[in-house]
Design a protein around this ligand. Structure first.
Ligand code: BTX
Length: 317
């Protein structure tokens, strides 16, 4: 066995002390986790008793990532940290100097993770916290499209690796069964109206258990592990994300936003709902009926007037 692996052995015992049978493991969904994460899980036969599931917990290391990431530029230059204040802050500092497109900063834990409008983002160990830099030659007004593109990349990553179907809540929340599993923060650096760099921060709750979330968000936050009952390899998710993002980003640069917009709408749970949008200017209510080409939420008020919302918190049924 590769010496980078940390072995955790879970015995699946029945109440009578016997191991679970293959059929029982299948019923519990363990076999599907084996299919999804073949390298992380293996079954060992225990004589005539049944099977034991051996869980090989893979370490969160730069080496495991760089050796196998399958991209041309996203995540090719990486900075891995155990603990940082905020990967977003480090990424911003890096952009002050010459930095390659796709450069990524990844941390196992953030002590001062931030969301939009300087809100706190809880970033304890067990999650995946990273920021990366892209330098698209696009008009500033279309930069919010990158948040939506990133959301599609997260959805595709999760759907590709796990038996889950995440939904997007405009503009930047990814939900699993109605709870927030991921947040995206997009920040711009521009000079004279031209984009110099876009810094995209992604916070994905992976293996945290319920107690890891502070009381105030426990009801509305979730992790992949809480939704699947599995311990998931964050490096597989990170590699998957880099691949998905790069594919979509190339498509975006070559053919524009339309195809990304279609994919986004397919996974969006906000469209078609009556929502309340809280913006800087106040609160508005209406039916969310689509997004504009710039990525703004289109809201139809009761009197039929249409509003374009560029930044807001959305509540709705
Ligand atoms: P947001 O403003 O949409 O969401 C912030 C809100 O989400 C908080 O006010 C809180 O209610 C809730 N929240 C906080 N932490 C969590 C969590 N772990 N899971 C679910 N809900 C939570 C979202 O902003 C953008 C988040 C980006 C985070 C990444 S992590 C890497 C990078 N570094 C950094 O400092 N930020 C980004």
């Amino acid at each position: 066995m590769n010496n980078q692996l940390q072995l955790v052995v879970d015995s699946f015992l029945k109440a009578d002390g016997n191991m679970l049978s293959m059929e029982e493991l299948k019923e519990k969904g363990c076999i599907s986790s084996l299919d999804q994460f073949g390298s992380n899980y293996r079954l060992e036969q225990m004589g005539d008793y049944g099977y034991r599931l051996i869980k090989e917990q893979l370490l969160f290391t730069q080496q495991r990532f760089t050796e196998t990431v399958q991209t041309e530029f996203i995540g090719k230059q990486v900075y891995f940290f155990d603990t940082v204040s905020s990967t977003q802050r480090i990424a911003k500092k890096l952009t002050m100097n010459q930095v390659e497109e796709g450069t990524m900063i990844i941390a196992e834990e953030q002590t001062d993770g931030r969301g939009r409008m300087a809100r706190k983002w809880h970033s304890q160990k067990g999650g995946l916290w990273f920021s990366f830099i892209v330098k698209p030659e696009i008009p500033i007004a279309t930069a919010p499209q990158l948040t939506l593109l990133t959301a599609v990349a997260v959805v595709r990553t999760i759907e590709d690796l796990l038996p889950l179907h995440p939904k997007i809540k405009w503009p930047n929340d990814i939900l699993l069964h109605g709870k927030k599993v991921c947040g995206i923060l997009t920040e711009l650096q521009a000079t004279d109206g031209n984009i110099e760099a876009v810094i995209i921060g992604v916070g994905l709750n992976v293996n945290q258990q319920k107690e890891a979330f502070p009381e105030d968000i426990r009801k509305k936050a979730t992790s992949i592990s809480l939704e699947t009952g599995m311990i998931v390899d964050p490096i597989s998710l990170l590699k998957g994300f880099c691949f998905q993002f790069e594919q979509l980003y190339k498509l975006f640069l070559q053919h524009g936003f339309q195809q990304i917009k279609n994919m986004w709408e397919q996974s969006c749970e906000t469209i078609g709902k009556e929502v309340t949008a809280t913006t800087f200017k106040g609160t508005v209510k209406g039916e969310a009926f689509g997004i504009s080409d710039e990525g703004a939420l289109l809201l139809k008020e009761k009197d039929g007037s249409v509003l374009r919302i560029f930044s807001a918190d959305i509540d709705g049924s």
